[in-house]
Design a protein around this ligand. Structure first.
Ligand code: FPP
Length: 233
């Protein structure tokens, strides 16, 4: 039996293929994907999973067609302004990880406001990766640590895994126990590279817009049969 599950990180993949299969534009897949995101957050909160992270937009996603990026940004605006309301009311602490400088200022303002409003909520943590890339996050942390050493705030001997991790965007969030990627792709795509050192992985062929609370429950049942040794015997 595994340890109690504290954190699931999702890679929501397959929106485009879901739409193509139906002869719909890619945007229809993202729209349905955003609905499924809402549904999964609620189901996971009901299952009392303490922390969830969703990869909503990667740094690489900026290279998609302008129309698709604009569509995703507008979906995000909608999500931040209305749909997160219910999650807030359920007592979620909401965090955003990623490169905020790349996002439009109105979006960043909304993100800051939501983080501030929910900072003392304790029921569960919802973390959304936006304009996120893990290598960039690690470089950002390394720069912070280097600056602290250069200014004398920190000694070289104070650098360890814990102090380094406290400079990552995910500071204060437990490492994921389980990473779920939908759509059949078996890659990590620059997601939480530091944080997944001991995570379990689950790859499902289901496209994200078809993912359901029922499948989440089945994956958790599978996770509960896994024996985690963290490198020990
Ligand atoms: C991958 O599908 C998904 C994304 C790039 C974005 C994930 C976004 C959502 C689930 C919508 C919710 C998002 C926000 C911003 C609230 P894909 O487009 O790579 O699909 P494909 O691999 O089949 O083309």
């Amino acid at each position: 039996m595994s340890d109690k599950l504290k954190h699931i990180a999702f890679i929501m993949d397959g929106n485009g293929r879901w739409a193509a299969k139906r002869g719909l534009p890619r945007s229809a897949g993202h729209k349905k994907g955003a609905e499924v995101l809402q549904e999964i957050v609620k189901a996971a909160a009901d299952m009392e999973i303490p922390c969830l992270t969703f990869y909503a937009f990667s740094t690489e996603n900026w290279h998609r067609d302008k129309a698709e990026v604009d569509y995703l940004m507008n979906l995000l605006r909608q999500y931040l302004s209305s749909e997160l309301k219910e999650v807030k009311e359920r007592g979620a602490r909401i965090r955003f990880i990623g490169e905020r400088e790349m996002l439009a200022s109105d979006i960043v303002e909304q993100m800051n406001k939501i983080e501030k409003e929910t900072a003392s909520n304790e029921k569960f943590t919802l973390c959304i990766a936006l304009s996120y890339g893990s290598r960039a996050e690690i470089v950002h942390a390394a720069k912070n640590v280097a600056a602290d050493v250069a200014s004398g705030k920190m000694r070289l001997s104070d650098i360890n895994e814990q102090s380094f991790a406290s400079n990552l965007y995910t500071s204060g969030i437990p490492d994921p126990d389980l990473v779920i990627r939908t759509s059949g792709e078996q890659r990590i795509s620059n997601y939480l590279l530091w944080q997944i050192a001991y995570s379990e992985f689950y790859f499902t062929k289901t496209l994200w817009p078809d993912f359901s609370p029922k499948e989440l429950k089945e994956i958790m049942d599978d996770f509960n049969t896994r024996e985690r040794r963290y490198g020990k015997l």
